[in-house]
Design a protein around this ligand. Structure first.
Ligand SMILES: [Zn+2]
Length: 406
């Protein structure tokens, strides 16, 4: 990357350090639980406009979509704006919606997952808009504040790609990576399994067929299956967990005629929906014939748009020597001054849509520790946030350079 441009962007981002911390604070102060993101989307769109973005609008679902530059290479930065709820306010050392700064670190719900990334994107965007007021960049950088991610990972970007026709060449996710370059995640599949019996009075129980007893051997078999699932680097082992159980009968003094369990199935590299389904159907057939189904998640976005998604989130992993991963490593080196490190997420991200469903090269880079997400201890080191913002400003040039010299 050209040294003069690099120095100019570095100066631009560094001079906005206060603004960067203030932006994260403002974002944390606007509660944005899944399905209630309207106010934070408005805030982000207003900021995009005032910071010089060429375009800023809410799409049909309610995602905030901004753009800088008009170049042929299309890059999409995504940070979901929704957060999980706060159910335990008394467990927070610092109030969850204050964005309190203590010893150079900002605390609050969503600070890690993943409002810090959006604050960094906005400052990087402002630096690019300032350095290139005519937008004559070698790329078009779309900055997306997605909604509904916590309940329907992938759906907001599927909407953007399939309903709005925005198909980027490359994607960068702002899920926490602690300033490492992440290149994949295990996939996920949810399943409902049910057995049918025959109801009878508890006093005449032998006249009935107990659906819970019919389920019992299958439960044992699933526990055994979990221990036999394969391991694959770098994502680790697949897993299967019975996460819920319920039954139905005429009363508590009756033989139940229905039992159902819910399954959380994590898929490692090489495991697919079809494979995992076939595996459980085979087990179910062997142990008394239960029905295995894929549940469908439904909800409404803050804009009132129907969300409907099969509970399948495909595994994805990028090769270590892929162009995008290499560009990420180079930009991370420039932004942090340290030898860059790689990794993968343990949890699921919007990458299930971009890389998993659509095969678009995707990586992640952001401040914050993944294991603090969804906890009452969410905290971001502001020095790390500043490094991330610099990364977000430099990365598209590094990527455009590498993509152009292919
Ligand atoms: Zn997240």
């Amino acid at each position: 990357m050209e040294p003069k441009l690099k120095a100019r962007l570095r100066r631009q981002v560094t001079s906005r350090r206060e603004e960067l911390a203030g932006l994260l604070q403002s974002l944390v102060r606007i509660p944005s639980f899944t399905g209630e993101e309207g106010p934070i989307v408005s805030f982000v769109l207003e900021k995009m406009k005032s910071l010089g973005f060429a375009e800023a609008r809410a799409d049909g679902l309610g995602n905030a979509v901004g753009r800088i530059g008009t170049g042929p290479l299309t890059i999409l930065y995504d940070a979901h704006l929704d957060t999980v709820r706060v159910t335990d306010p008394e467990q927070w050392e610092h109030p969850p919606f204050e964005g309190r700064i203590v010893d150079g670190a900002l605390h609050g719900r969503g600070a890690v997952d993943e409002k810090a990334a959006m604050a960094g994107f906005l400052v990087a965007g402002a630096a690019l808009a300032k350095a290139f007021p005519r937008g004559d960049l070698p790329f078009s950088l779309y900055i997306v504040g997605s909604v509904m991610e916590e309940d329907a990972d992938g759906f907001p970007l599927l909407y953007l790609m399939e309903k709005e026709g925005l198909k980027p060449d490359y994607v960068l996710l702002g899920e926490p990576t602690d300033l490492k370059v992440y290149r994949g995640q295990r996939g996920r599949l949810e399943l409902e399994i049910s057995t049918e019996g025959q109801a009878a009075h508890g006093a005449h129980n032998r006249q009935g067929v107990n659906a819970i007893y019919k389920m019992a051997p299958l439960l044992r078999a699933i526990e055994k299956l979990d221990r036999a699932l394969p391991k694959a680097a770098p994502l680790g082992r697949g897993s299967v967990t019975v996460s819920d159980i319920g039954s139905r009968g005429p009363s508590l003094c009756s033989v139940p005629d229905r039992c159902r369990i819910h399954i959380d199935r994590r898929l490692t590299a090489g495991e697919t929906k079809e494979g995992a389904l076939a595996q459980l159907r085979e087990l179910a057939d062997k142990h008394g014939g239960a029905k295995v189904e894929l549940p469908v998640y439904t909800a409404k976005s803050w804009k009132g748009t129907e969300v409907r998604q099969e509970a399948y989130f495909p595994t994805w992993v990028m090769e270590e020597d892929a162009l995008l991963v290499q560009a990420g490593m180079e930009a991370a080196h420039l932004a942090t001054g340290r030898k860059p490190r790689g990794g993968v997420w343990s949890f699921s991200t919007n990458g299930v849509a971009t890389a998993g469903h659509h095969g678009i090269p995707t990586i992640g880079f952001a401040p914050g520790k993944e294991e603090l997400a969804h906890t009452s201890r969410e905290v971001i080191q502001l020095a790390d946030l500043a490094k991330a913002a610099l990364f977000y400003a430099l990365f598209p040039f590094v990527l455009a350079e590498r993509a152009g010299s292919r």
